[in-house]
Design a protein around this ligand. Sequence first.
Ligand code: TYD
Length: 215
Amino acid sequence: MARRGLLISIEGGEKTGKTTQAALLVEWLKAGGVDAVLTREPGGTAVGEAVRSILLDPGQTPLTPVSEALLFAASRGQLVAEVIRPALEVGRTVVADRYVDSSLAYQAFGLGLPLERVLDVNEWATGGLRPDLTVLLDGPDLVAFLSRSRSGEVDRIERRRMDFHLRVAEGYRELARRDPARFAVIDASRPPGKVAADIRRVVEPLLRGREVPGQ
Ligand code: TYD
């Protein structure tokens, strides 16, 4: 069946308020009568949750960068097959809290894996499903993040060094520069209400003129 729903991904580094904003967007869409569903990565399926525990467990140290990239792609592929594609096919709007750009930013720009490889494996895993819109929340408070990292309540990826997270943030900006038609970059250092309003402003035109499911 042809794809009819919208896929909107929300991306950003640590502490950008991404998860809060994704939830607010879904709430707003639903309040406006849009049938919206929220997904989160890694996870969201039985296989995805199992992969998540391998990826984020600080005890799992011997994981090579390539294994890490493949596991993220495997979790994502499962999520697309089981949740995202079926939702899009019946005309639902999917808000994805992280999608392929997370792997490009973290595993390619952050860890230094070749961008084309990471992209290829993700195209393969997702069957080439790309977002209609990607909201990049930019402007993480990396200093606050670093002090939290020192306090010890962090997962395996959060624990990486500051320079890794700076490369991730810059990688995201580079991805946005390369694909300005798909990306909307939003300054996330402002109050959540203002950020949410900006996100709604970029989503609204996409909703207008879309066919109503079943008509
Ligand atoms: P999570 O606890 O969900 O954090 P967040 O709220 O920041 O999304 O953990 C996801 C972590 O995994 C986060 O540090 C980003 C990282 N990640 C990657 O490195 N590559 C990926 O493809 C994805 C989806 C996440």
